[in-house]
Design a protein around this ligand. Structure first.
Ligand code: UT7
Length: 333
């Protein structure tokens, strides 16, 4: 499709990185009262990768980025902008700057973006705007999370779901526009359904001057609420993005959803009448890697030769905020 207005955008490279250490469902059943049968039947997850004590988010993200740059055949010094979508930075002031330094992306401006499991899709849309307006030509977008740092490992309702990882893509200005349509949404009224919340303790500095110093608390989630929300809202937002892209569900080659739960993937695909063979799924091996899940699944599918140049992909993320969104794009330059 030729560009409608503004500069064209293409997604030209991908990369990913997961920790080597894996914890399968049998291992998890030594930590909480659960079983491989229950987890596999309710979620489709069999195993997840966990970052060890010495591994940083920056380590995972930098490796994934190097792979994406190499596939896109650009140098770190070509990058204009680095966006790191994460909810578990090494540093609350931002981790993107460390990645910029490690890559040697001397020209790039770098910042973190927080939108939980929707972070990668929100990042795609953010990155695309800088290219669409002609401001930047080469953008590196990373989705990375180490949620094992923030999971309550005695809560079987949440600890079975999450894994650690990073994925990255390169977006470039292009004569042919491959970025066909998007829709992103937020609903703060349901914010309390999924949180990694800060809890302050009152501390009196001097008479009458109280500040709140504390720490972030482990993840809390109303699983059934999130499940209902995802199954209802994700098909709607994909349909809206397809409408903006002026294409129908039959023209979608790959449905690439945030890898939260196989039952959610199946239900969304069914509602959109997209057959199971067009649904990309790797959550059995990695669990829910939050902002990393979409680029991790994309990179695997590209390297396996499933996703080919010109294929049309409907990518959708959803999660805390609550937030959700979809992007329709064609893979490759
Ligand atoms: O990025 C977005 C992140 N969040 C999500 O995507 C979460 C979406 N929600 C889900 O995936 C599902 O709601 C869960 C997988 C979290 C839970 O599945 P469910 O089918 O909604 O189970 P449930 O919470 O209704 O619990 C059913 C039963 C309960 O027992 P009772 O009350 O029926 O006796 C739970 O206590 O299963 C029990 N249960 C477990 N049993 C074994 C809950 N967690 C476990 C467990 N192992 N890990």
């Amino acid at each position: 499709m030729l560009q409608q207005s503004g500069f064209g955008i293409a997604v030209t490279g991908s990369g990913s990185c997961t920790p080597q250490v894996s914890l399968d469902n049998h291992g998890l059943s030594q930590i909480v009262e659960t079983s491989d049968e229950w987890i596999a039947a309710r979620t489709g997850i069999r195993s997840r990768r966990l970052a060890n004590h010495g591994m940083s988010l920056c380590d995972l993200a930098t490796f994934a980025s190097q792979q994406a740059l190499s596939m896109a055949q650009i140098l770190p010094t070509d990058i204009d902008l680095i966006i790191l979508a994460t909810s578990s930075p090494d540093d609350l002031f931002g981790t993107a700057g460390q990645i910029q330094y490690r890559l040697g992306a001397t020209k790039a401006v770098a910042f973190d973006l927080t939108a939980a499991c929707s972070g990668f899709v929100f990042g795609l849309v953010t990155a695309s705007q800088f290219i669409r307006t002609g401001v930047y030509q080469n953008v590196l977008l990373i989705g990375a999370d180490i949620l094992s740092r923030w999971v309550n490992w005695s809560d079987r309702g949440t600890c079975i779901l999450f894994g650690d990882g990073a994925g990255a893509v390169v977006l470039q200005a292009s004569e042919i526009d491959r970025f066909l349509g998007f829709e992103i949404r937020s609903d703060g009224t349901q914010n309390s359904s999924l949180n990694l919340a800060y809890k302050a303790q009152s501390q009196e500095l001097i008479d009458g001057v109280n500040i709140g110093q504390g720490t972030f608390q482990p993840i809390t989630m109303n699983g059934q609420e999130i499940y209902r929300f995802a199954v209802k809202k994700v098909p709607e937002v994909i349909e809206k993005a397809m409408f903006r892209a002026n294409i129908s569900a039959t023209e979608i080659d790959w449905l690439l959803l945030h890898q939260a739960n196989q039952r959610i993937l199946d239900a969304v695909a069914q509602r959109l009448h997209i057959p199971p063979e067009k649904v990309i799924s790797n959550l059995a091996n990695y669990g829910n890697t939050s902002a990393a899940s979409i680029p991790l699944a994309l990179d695997e599918a590209v390297r396996q030769g499933k996703v080919k140049a010109g294929d049309t992909i409907a990518a959708a993320g959803f999660g805390a905020g609550l937030s959700w969104g979809a992007v329709i794009f064609q893979w490759g330059s």
